[in-house]
Ligand binder design. Structure first.
Ligand SMILES: *Cc1c(COP(=O)(O)O)cnc(C)c1O
Length: 398
Protein backbone atom coordinates (compact mmCIF):
# COMPACT_ATOMS: atom_id res chain seq x y z
CA UNK A 1 0.00 0.00 0.00
CA UNK A 2 2.00 2.97 -1.27
CA UNK A 3 -0.69 5.53 -0.37
CA UNK A 4 -0.59 4.25 3.19
CA UNK A 5 -0.62 7.37 5.37
CA UNK A 6 1.51 5.55 7.92
CA UNK A 7 4.49 5.61 5.56
CA UNK A 8 4.03 9.31 5.02
CA UNK A 9 4.25 10.19 8.71
CA UNK A 10 6.73 7.53 9.73
CA UNK A 11 4.54 5.09 11.63
CA UNK A 12 5.12 1.37 11.58
CA UNK A 13 2.61 -0.40 9.29
CA UNK A 14 1.38 -2.82 11.94
CA UNK A 15 -0.77 -5.83 11.13
CA UNK A 16 -3.32 -6.41 13.86
CA UNK A 17 -4.02 -10.04 14.80
CA UNK A 18 -4.70 -9.15 18.41
CA UNK A 19 -8.35 -8.10 18.16
CA UNK A 20 -9.92 -4.74 18.79
CA UNK A 21 -7.32 -2.79 20.70
CA UNK A 22 -7.41 0.89 21.56
CA UNK A 23 -3.61 0.93 21.58
CA UNK A 24 -3.58 -0.09 17.90
CA UNK A 25 -6.39 2.17 16.73
CA UNK A 26 -9.40 -0.02 17.65
CA UNK A 27 -10.79 -1.45 14.41
CA UNK A 28 -11.17 -0.94 10.67
CA UNK A 29 -13.83 1.73 10.30
CA UNK A 30 -16.55 0.70 7.84
CA UNK A 31 -16.85 2.76 4.63
CA UNK A 32 -20.39 3.88 5.51
CA UNK A 33 -19.11 5.54 8.70
CA UNK A 34 -16.22 7.21 6.86
CA UNK A 35 -18.66 8.60 4.28
CA UNK A 36 -21.04 9.82 6.95
CA UNK A 37 -18.28 11.64 8.82
CA UNK A 38 -17.12 13.30 5.61
CA UNK A 39 -20.70 14.35 4.81
CA UNK A 40 -21.42 16.03 8.10
CA UNK A 41 -18.09 17.66 8.92
CA UNK A 42 -18.61 20.88 6.88
CA UNK A 43 -22.04 21.59 8.39
CA UNK A 44 -23.43 23.06 11.57
CA UNK A 45 -25.97 20.97 13.38
CA UNK A 46 -27.84 21.21 16.64
CA UNK A 47 -26.03 18.57 18.60
CA UNK A 48 -28.91 17.75 20.93
CA UNK A 49 -31.09 17.08 17.88
CA UNK A 50 -28.39 14.93 16.34
CA UNK A 51 -28.24 12.98 19.61
CA UNK A 52 -32.06 12.58 19.40
CA UNK A 53 -31.57 10.97 15.97
CA UNK A 54 -28.84 8.78 17.42
CA UNK A 55 -31.23 7.79 20.20
CA UNK A 56 -33.71 6.50 17.65
CA UNK A 57 -31.09 4.40 15.86
CA UNK A 58 -29.63 3.07 19.11
CA UNK A 59 -33.11 2.22 20.36
CA UNK A 60 -33.95 0.36 17.17
CA UNK A 61 -30.79 -1.75 17.25
CA UNK A 62 -30.72 -2.48 20.97
CA UNK A 63 -34.40 -2.75 21.79
CA UNK A 64 -33.84 -0.09 24.48
CA UNK A 65 -36.07 2.95 24.97
CA UNK A 66 -33.36 5.51 24.28
CA UNK A 67 -29.65 6.06 23.82
CA UNK A 68 -26.90 8.55 23.16
CA UNK A 69 -23.32 8.70 21.97
CA UNK A 70 -20.35 9.57 24.15
CA UNK A 71 -16.57 9.34 23.79
CA UNK A 72 -16.09 5.70 24.78
CA UNK A 73 -17.61 2.84 26.70
CA UNK A 74 -15.46 3.90 29.62
CA UNK A 75 -16.98 7.38 29.62
CA UNK A 76 -20.41 5.78 29.21
CA UNK A 77 -19.85 3.92 32.48
CA UNK A 78 -18.90 7.15 34.28
CA UNK A 79 -21.90 9.04 32.87
CA UNK A 80 -24.37 6.25 33.56
CA UNK A 81 -23.15 5.90 37.14
CA UNK A 82 -23.26 9.68 37.60
CA UNK A 83 -26.84 9.71 36.33
CA UNK A 84 -27.96 7.21 38.95
CA UNK A 85 -26.40 9.39 41.67
CA UNK A 86 -27.51 12.88 40.57
CA UNK A 87 -30.77 12.08 38.82
CA UNK A 88 -31.84 15.13 36.78
CA UNK A 89 -30.57 17.57 39.45
CA UNK A 90 -28.53 20.06 37.40
CA UNK A 91 -26.79 21.48 40.45
CA UNK A 92 -25.68 18.03 41.60
CA UNK A 93 -24.46 17.43 38.05
CA UNK A 94 -22.32 20.56 38.19
CA UNK A 95 -20.92 19.65 41.59
CA UNK A 96 -19.48 16.30 40.47
CA UNK A 97 -16.95 14.89 41.21
CA UNK A 98 -18.03 16.15 44.62
CA UNK A 99 -21.05 14.12 45.59
CA UNK A 100 -23.87 15.77 47.46
CA UNK A 101 -25.93 12.60 47.98
CA UNK A 102 -25.32 9.82 50.49
CA UNK A 103 -26.73 7.47 47.91
CA UNK A 104 -23.64 6.88 45.79
CA UNK A 105 -22.52 3.30 46.46
CA UNK A 106 -22.05 1.20 43.36
CA UNK A 107 -21.90 -2.57 43.68
CA UNK A 108 -19.44 -4.57 41.62
CA UNK A 109 -18.53 -8.25 41.85
CA UNK A 110 -14.88 -8.61 42.80
CA UNK A 111 -14.34 -10.92 39.83
CA UNK A 112 -15.55 -8.09 37.58
CA UNK A 113 -13.10 -5.53 38.93
CA UNK A 114 -10.81 -5.66 35.91
CA UNK A 115 -8.76 -3.41 33.70
CA UNK A 116 -9.63 -2.92 30.03
CA UNK A 117 -6.61 -0.64 29.69
CA UNK A 118 -7.79 1.41 32.67
CA UNK A 119 -9.55 0.11 35.79
CA UNK A 120 -13.33 -0.26 35.58
CA UNK A 121 -13.63 0.85 39.21
CA UNK A 122 -11.97 4.14 38.25
CA UNK A 123 -14.64 4.77 35.61
CA UNK A 124 -17.22 4.28 38.35
CA UNK A 125 -15.37 6.59 40.76
CA UNK A 126 -15.06 9.28 38.07
CA UNK A 127 -18.85 9.36 37.98
CA UNK A 128 -19.03 9.95 41.72
CA UNK A 129 -19.61 6.30 42.59
CA UNK A 130 -18.18 4.73 45.69
CA UNK A 131 -17.25 1.23 44.64
CA UNK A 132 -18.40 -1.53 46.95
CA UNK A 133 -16.90 -4.85 45.95
CA UNK A 134 -18.99 -7.92 46.64
CA UNK A 135 -17.95 -11.55 46.90
CA UNK A 136 -14.42 -12.76 46.30
CA UNK A 137 -12.30 -12.93 43.16
CA UNK A 138 -13.77 -16.25 42.06
CA UNK A 139 -17.07 -16.41 43.91
CA UNK A 140 -20.16 -14.31 44.31
CA UNK A 141 -23.29 -15.82 45.76
CA UNK A 142 -26.79 -14.39 45.82
CA UNK A 143 -26.41 -13.53 49.50
CA UNK A 144 -23.44 -11.29 48.72
CA UNK A 145 -25.51 -9.05 46.48
CA UNK A 146 -28.70 -9.28 48.57
CA UNK A 147 -26.93 -8.14 51.72
CA UNK A 148 -24.81 -5.47 50.07
CA UNK A 149 -27.82 -3.44 48.96
CA UNK A 150 -28.68 -0.61 51.34
CA UNK A 151 -30.43 2.75 51.14
CA UNK A 152 -27.06 4.13 50.02
CA UNK A 153 -26.87 1.94 46.92
CA UNK A 154 -27.13 3.97 43.72
CA UNK A 155 -26.46 1.27 41.12
CA UNK A 156 -24.88 -2.09 40.40
CA UNK A 157 -22.41 -2.57 37.56
CA UNK A 158 -22.03 -5.83 35.62
CA UNK A 159 -19.06 -6.38 33.28
CA UNK A 160 -19.21 -8.71 30.27
CA UNK A 161 -15.69 -9.43 29.08
CA UNK A 162 -13.00 -12.01 28.49
CA UNK A 163 -11.15 -10.14 31.26
CA UNK A 164 -13.59 -11.15 34.02
CA UNK A 165 -13.50 -14.36 36.03
CA UNK A 166 -15.66 -16.72 34.02
CA UNK A 167 -16.89 -19.08 36.73
CA UNK A 168 -18.37 -18.87 40.21
CA UNK A 169 -19.92 -15.42 39.75
CA UNK A 170 -23.55 -14.30 39.41
CA UNK A 171 -25.15 -14.48 35.98
CA UNK A 172 -26.70 -11.29 34.65
CA UNK A 173 -30.30 -12.56 35.02
CA UNK A 174 -29.66 -13.41 38.70
CA UNK A 175 -27.83 -10.11 39.26
CA UNK A 176 -30.73 -8.18 37.73
CA UNK A 177 -33.37 -10.11 39.65
CA UNK A 178 -31.75 -9.38 43.01
CA UNK A 179 -30.95 -5.74 42.23
CA UNK A 180 -34.41 -4.99 40.84
CA UNK A 181 -36.13 -6.63 43.81
CA UNK A 182 -34.61 -3.80 45.87
CA UNK A 183 -35.04 -1.08 43.25
CA UNK A 184 -31.36 -0.87 42.24
CA UNK A 185 -30.62 -0.12 38.56
CA UNK A 186 -28.17 -2.35 36.72
CA UNK A 187 -25.56 -0.92 34.36
CA UNK A 188 -23.92 -3.42 31.99
CA UNK A 189 -20.50 -2.85 30.45
CA UNK A 190 -20.95 -4.70 27.16
CA UNK A 191 -18.16 -2.84 25.36
CA UNK A 192 -16.94 -5.67 23.24
CA UNK A 193 -20.12 -7.66 22.59
CA UNK A 194 -21.74 -8.32 19.22
CA UNK A 195 -25.21 -8.88 20.63
CA UNK A 196 -26.76 -5.45 20.92
CA UNK A 197 -30.06 -6.72 22.35
CA UNK A 198 -29.24 -9.46 24.84
CA UNK A 199 -28.37 -7.43 27.94
CA UNK A 200 -31.32 -5.07 27.63
CA UNK A 201 -33.51 -8.13 27.06
CA UNK A 202 -32.07 -9.66 30.24
CA UNK A 203 -33.19 -6.63 32.22
CA UNK A 204 -30.23 -4.24 32.18
CA UNK A 205 -31.37 -0.66 32.80
CA UNK A 206 -28.40 0.60 30.83
CA UNK A 207 -26.10 -1.31 28.48
CA UNK A 208 -22.99 0.36 27.13
CA UNK A 209 -21.12 -0.58 23.96
CA UNK A 210 -18.00 0.67 22.23
CA UNK A 211 -18.71 2.09 18.80
CA UNK A 212 -15.15 1.42 17.65
CA UNK A 213 -14.97 -2.29 18.35
CA UNK A 214 -16.98 -4.81 16.35
CA UNK A 215 -19.29 -2.13 15.01
CA UNK A 216 -16.42 -0.57 13.07
CA UNK A 217 -17.47 2.97 13.91
CA UNK A 218 -15.40 5.97 14.99
CA UNK A 219 -14.17 6.02 18.59
CA UNK A 220 -17.36 6.34 20.63
CA UNK A 221 -19.44 4.81 23.39
CA UNK A 222 -23.12 3.96 23.02
CA UNK A 223 -25.29 4.29 26.09
CA UNK A 224 -28.61 2.46 25.67
CA UNK A 225 -31.39 1.80 28.13
CA UNK A 226 -34.40 2.98 30.04
CA UNK A 227 -35.31 6.49 29.01
CA UNK A 228 -35.04 8.14 32.44
CA UNK A 229 -31.65 6.59 33.19
CA UNK A 230 -30.33 7.43 29.73
CA UNK A 231 -31.54 11.01 30.08
CA UNK A 232 -29.88 11.40 33.48
CA UNK A 233 -26.65 10.08 31.99
CA UNK A 234 -26.98 12.42 28.98
CA UNK A 235 -27.46 15.44 31.25
CA UNK A 236 -23.95 14.84 32.58
CA UNK A 237 -22.73 16.55 29.40
CA UNK A 238 -23.29 19.75 31.38
CA UNK A 239 -20.75 18.46 33.88
CA UNK A 240 -18.18 15.69 33.86
CA UNK A 241 -19.34 14.66 30.37
CA UNK A 242 -17.83 17.81 28.87
CA UNK A 243 -14.39 16.28 28.92
CA UNK A 244 -15.78 13.19 27.26
CA UNK A 245 -17.60 14.98 24.46
CA UNK A 246 -17.96 13.74 20.93
CA UNK A 247 -18.38 15.90 17.86
CA UNK A 248 -20.98 15.71 15.13
CA UNK A 249 -18.75 13.47 13.02
CA UNK A 250 -18.49 10.84 15.72
CA UNK A 251 -22.20 10.85 16.46
CA UNK A 252 -23.19 10.65 12.82
CA UNK A 253 -20.37 8.26 12.01
CA UNK A 254 -21.40 5.73 14.61
CA UNK A 255 -25.05 6.05 13.55
CA UNK A 256 -23.92 5.00 10.08
CA UNK A 257 -21.87 2.15 11.53
CA UNK A 258 -24.94 0.92 13.42
CA UNK A 259 -27.02 0.97 10.26
CA UNK A 260 -24.26 -0.82 8.38
CA UNK A 261 -24.18 -3.41 11.17
CA UNK A 262 -27.88 -4.07 10.60
CA UNK A 263 -27.21 -4.91 6.96
CA UNK A 264 -23.81 -6.53 7.26
CA UNK A 265 -23.41 -10.04 5.87
CA UNK A 266 -22.36 -11.49 9.21
CA UNK A 267 -22.17 -15.06 7.90
CA UNK A 268 -19.86 -14.17 5.05
CA UNK A 269 -17.55 -12.31 7.43
CA UNK A 270 -17.52 -15.22 9.85
CA UNK A 271 -16.69 -17.59 7.00
CA UNK A 272 -13.79 -15.43 5.85
CA UNK A 273 -12.45 -15.24 9.39
CA UNK A 274 -12.81 -19.00 9.88
CA UNK A 275 -10.99 -19.60 6.60
CA UNK A 276 -8.04 -17.58 7.92
CA UNK A 277 -7.94 -19.69 11.06
CA UNK A 278 -7.90 -22.95 9.09
CA UNK A 279 -5.22 -21.60 6.81
CA UNK A 280 -3.00 -20.60 9.75
CA UNK A 281 -3.62 -23.93 11.47
CA UNK A 282 -2.69 -25.85 8.32
CA UNK A 283 0.47 -23.75 8.06
CA UNK A 284 1.46 -24.51 11.64
CA UNK A 285 0.35 -28.14 12.06
CA UNK A 286 3.26 -30.53 12.38
CA UNK A 287 5.85 -27.87 13.22
CA UNK A 288 7.98 -28.96 16.18
CA UNK A 289 6.76 -27.58 19.51
CA UNK A 290 3.70 -25.84 18.08
CA UNK A 291 0.09 -26.79 18.76
CA UNK A 292 -2.66 -24.76 17.15
CA UNK A 293 -6.32 -25.00 18.17
CA UNK A 294 -9.34 -23.06 16.97
CA UNK A 295 -11.23 -21.78 20.01
CA UNK A 296 -14.54 -20.00 20.49
CA UNK A 297 -14.73 -16.51 21.97
CA UNK A 298 -15.01 -16.62 25.78
CA UNK A 299 -18.09 -14.38 25.90
CA UNK A 300 -19.88 -16.18 23.07
CA UNK A 301 -19.32 -13.58 20.38
CA UNK A 302 -19.62 -15.26 16.96
CA UNK A 303 -15.85 -15.22 16.50
CA UNK A 304 -13.18 -17.88 16.88
CA UNK A 305 -9.47 -17.41 17.40
CA UNK A 306 -6.42 -19.58 16.89
CA UNK A 307 -4.61 -20.48 20.10
CA UNK A 308 -0.96 -21.13 19.41
CA UNK A 309 0.76 -23.13 22.17
CA UNK A 310 4.55 -23.06 22.11
CA UNK A 311 6.84 -25.69 23.73
CA UNK A 312 10.20 -23.93 23.96
CA UNK A 313 12.27 -27.15 24.06
CA UNK A 314 11.02 -28.28 20.65
CA UNK A 315 10.27 -24.93 19.04
CA UNK A 316 13.57 -23.45 20.34
CA UNK A 317 11.72 -20.29 21.31
CA UNK A 318 9.24 -19.23 23.98
CA UNK A 319 5.77 -17.91 23.20
CA UNK A 320 6.76 -14.43 24.38
CA UNK A 321 9.98 -14.32 22.39
CA UNK A 322 8.04 -15.42 19.32
CA UNK A 323 5.41 -12.73 19.90
CA UNK A 324 8.21 -10.20 20.43
CA UNK A 325 10.00 -11.21 17.22
CA UNK A 326 6.75 -10.88 15.26
CA UNK A 327 6.08 -7.44 16.68
CA UNK A 328 9.61 -6.23 15.85
CA UNK A 329 9.50 -7.64 12.33
CA UNK A 330 8.73 -6.05 9.03
CA UNK A 331 5.86 -5.60 8.82
CA UNK A 332 5.16 -5.72 12.55
CA UNK A 333 2.59 -8.38 13.43
CA UNK A 334 0.87 -7.81 16.78
CA UNK A 335 -0.62 -10.95 18.33
CA UNK A 336 -3.10 -11.33 21.21
CA UNK A 337 -0.76 -11.99 24.12
CA UNK A 338 -2.67 -11.37 27.35
CA UNK A 339 -2.16 -14.98 28.52
CA UNK A 340 1.40 -15.31 27.30
CA UNK A 341 2.80 -16.64 30.60
CA UNK A 342 0.80 -19.79 29.87
CA UNK A 343 3.06 -20.33 26.84
CA UNK A 344 0.36 -19.46 24.33
CA UNK A 345 -0.98 -16.55 22.38
CA UNK A 346 -3.90 -16.06 20.03
CA UNK A 347 -4.34 -14.95 16.46
CA UNK A 348 -7.53 -12.93 16.08
CA UNK A 349 -8.83 -12.76 12.49
CA UNK A 350 -11.37 -9.95 12.89
CA UNK A 351 -9.25 -6.92 11.99
CA UNK A 352 -7.37 -8.08 8.92
CA UNK A 353 -7.45 -6.65 5.46
CA UNK A 354 -7.65 -9.40 2.82
CA UNK A 355 -4.17 -10.68 2.00
CA UNK A 356 -2.70 -9.87 5.39
CA UNK A 357 -3.45 -13.43 6.55
CA UNK A 358 -0.71 -14.59 4.18
CA UNK A 359 1.83 -12.17 5.61
CA UNK A 360 0.96 -13.34 9.12
CA UNK A 361 1.50 -16.98 8.12
CA UNK A 362 4.76 -16.19 6.34
CA UNK A 363 6.14 -14.26 9.30
CA UNK A 364 5.25 -17.08 11.70
CA UNK A 365 6.98 -19.63 9.50
CA UNK A 366 10.02 -17.39 9.11
CA UNK A 367 10.45 -16.88 12.85
CA UNK A 368 9.77 -20.53 13.69
CA UNK A 369 12.30 -21.75 11.13
CA UNK A 370 14.87 -19.27 12.36
CA UNK A 371 14.38 -20.50 15.93
CA UNK A 372 14.64 -24.16 14.93
CA UNK A 373 17.89 -23.42 13.14
CA UNK A 374 19.36 -21.81 16.23
CA UNK A 375 21.40 -24.04 18.53
CA UNK A 376 20.13 -22.51 21.71
CA UNK A 377 16.61 -22.02 22.88
CA UNK A 378 15.53 -18.39 22.65
CA UNK A 379 14.14 -17.88 26.13
CA UNK A 380 14.17 -14.44 27.72
CA UNK A 381 13.25 -14.77 31.40
CA UNK A 382 9.58 -13.96 31.74
CA UNK A 383 10.44 -11.73 34.68
CA UNK A 384 12.22 -9.29 32.34
CA UNK A 385 8.95 -8.56 30.59
CA UNK A 386 7.30 -7.52 33.84
CA UNK A 387 10.34 -5.51 34.93
CA UNK A 388 10.50 -3.49 31.75
CA UNK A 389 6.85 -3.42 30.80
CA UNK A 390 6.40 0.34 31.15
CA UNK A 391 9.93 1.52 30.34
CA UNK A 392 9.11 2.93 26.90
CA UNK A 393 5.84 4.50 28.02
CA UNK A 394 7.51 6.26 30.91
CA UNK A 395 9.94 7.87 28.47
CA UNK A 396 7.20 9.11 26.15
CA UNK A 397 7.38 11.28 24.03
CA UNK A 398 11.04 10.34 23.60
C1 LIG B 1 -12.83 -2.14 25.55
C2 LIG B 1 -13.58 -2.28 26.81
C3 LIG B 1 -13.91 -1.17 27.57
C4 LIG B 1 -13.45 0.20 27.18
O1 LIG B 1 -14.13 0.60 26.07
P1 LIG B 1 -13.75 2.02 25.41
O2 LIG B 1 -14.91 2.25 24.50
O3 LIG B 1 -12.48 1.82 24.69
O4 LIG B 1 -13.69 2.96 26.54
C5 LIG B 1 -14.66 -1.32 28.70
N1 LIG B 1 -15.05 -2.54 29.10
C6 LIG B 1 -14.76 -3.65 28.42
C7 LIG B 1 -15.27 -4.96 28.90
C8 LIG B 1 -14.00 -3.55 27.25
O5 LIG B 1 -13.70 -4.65 26.55
Amino acid sequence: MTDDVRNKIGLRPVINVSGTLTALGASIVVPQAIEAMKDILPHFVEITDLQRKASTVIARLTGAEAGFVTASCSSGISLAVAGTITGPNLLAIEKLPDVTSEKNEVLLQMGHCVSYGAPVDQAIRLGGGKVTLIGQATSTHRFHLENAITERTAAAVYVVSHHVVDYGLLSLPDFVEIAHAKGVPVIVDAASEYDLRLFIAQGADIAIYSGHKFLGGPTTGLVAGRKDFVRNAFLQNMGIGRGMKVGKESIYGVMAALEAWEHRDHEAIRKRETDYLHYWKATLDGRPGIQAHIEPDPTNNPLDRLRLCVSPEQAHITAWDLAGALSRGNPPVIVRDHEIEHHHFYLDPCNLHPGQEKIVAARLVEELEKARASNEIIATPLRNRALHRFDALLKWPD
